[in-house]
Design a protein around this ligand. Structure first.
Ligand code: SAH
Length: 258
């Protein structure tokens, strides 16, 4: 997949593409990327990229001219082109999966008050928000999109890791991931839940499902309504609700071994 990001501050994103799992995906040839500075497409001698907003109001808006030229050079008319914006459609795992299937993607990062609507009308296929808050510019939002989608490209990370995590598997959000532990089994007097070191796979799976349900009920109960849970899982959920939902540690026995 080729990802082209258009930005006034491309250097903000460089480290991401050069580190960790993304760097490996690039090396393996699964991802190709280009970080383009929109300012390079401003033709006046000051490389001006913003101006006042028609109709008044505080702040500056990115000029359509340099951005339009930059989009033409990036081949945006022939590729799926995304603008990250707080007034866009809300991003989620299903959306990431959809975008991960594109051969090429062009992402526009806004700055100041954002970009001229005519650029959106002419070039943008998707306006995407990463959440209900306002960032100072689009680079971090663009990286959120890129990070969520590149790891779904086959070969970027193991399929097993994908299937078991929150919002895992094909399609919609289901359950949040259960708590996880690593060595040592006893850390600062806190013991790993015994079942996890029992080697009993069915019991471990049962514990994980129960904890996933508890966590989802506590933090994201609306996911349970849309999850299409099998009957036996619904029964388990009803039990958890009767028990009082989220597992609160017993103050007399907080998992510490003392
Ligand atoms: N005046 C705009 C906010 C501009 S913030 C408004 O009220 O809608 C500047 C830029 O940051 C935006 O153009 C966008 O590219 C990026 N940005 C800010 N918050 C974002 C969010 N929640 N999701 C995606 N991009 C965001």
């Amino acid at each position: 997949m080729k990802i082209t990001v258009l930005s006034l501050f491309p250097e903000m994103m460089k480290g991401f593409f050069e580190s960790s799992i993304m760097a490996r995906a690039v090396k393996k040839g699964l991802v190709e990327y280009e970080l383009v500075n929109i300012r390079d497409y401003a033709v006046d001698k000051h490389h001006k990229c913003d101006d006042l907003v028609f109709g008044g109001g505080a702040g500056m808006l990115m000029l359509p001219d340099p951005l339009g030229r930059c989009l033409e050079a990036a081949g945006a008319r022939d590729q799926r082109t995304v603008f990250v914006s707080p007034s866009g459609r809300l991003f989620n795992q299903a959306y990431a999966r959809e975008l991960s299937r594109e051969g090429e993607l062009v992402i526009i990062c806004g700055h100041y008050e954002g970009i001229d609507q005519r650029i959106i009308d002419e070039y943008v296929d998707d306006e995407i928000s990463i959440g209900d808050y306002v960032l100072s510019s689009g680079e971090v939002a663009a990286l959120v999109l890129v990070d969520a989608l590149f790891r779904l490209i086959p070969g970027a990370i193991s399929g097993e890791s994908l299937a078991e995590e929150s919002f895992g598997g094909e399609g919609e959000a289901v359950l949040l991931e259960y708590p996880q532990y690593t060595r040592p089994a006893l850390y600062d007097k806190m013991q790993v839940p015994e079942v996890l070191t029992s080697g009993h796979h069915a019991k471990i799976a049962g514990w994980r499902l129960r904890e996933s349900l508890r966590k989802t009920l506590a933090f994201r109960p609306e996911l349970l309504a849309s999850a299409g849970l099998p009957e036996e899982v619904k029964k388990l959920l009803a039990e958890i609700v009767v028990e009082g939902g989220r597992h609160e540690p017993d103050p007399e026995d907080n998992g510490r071994a003392d």
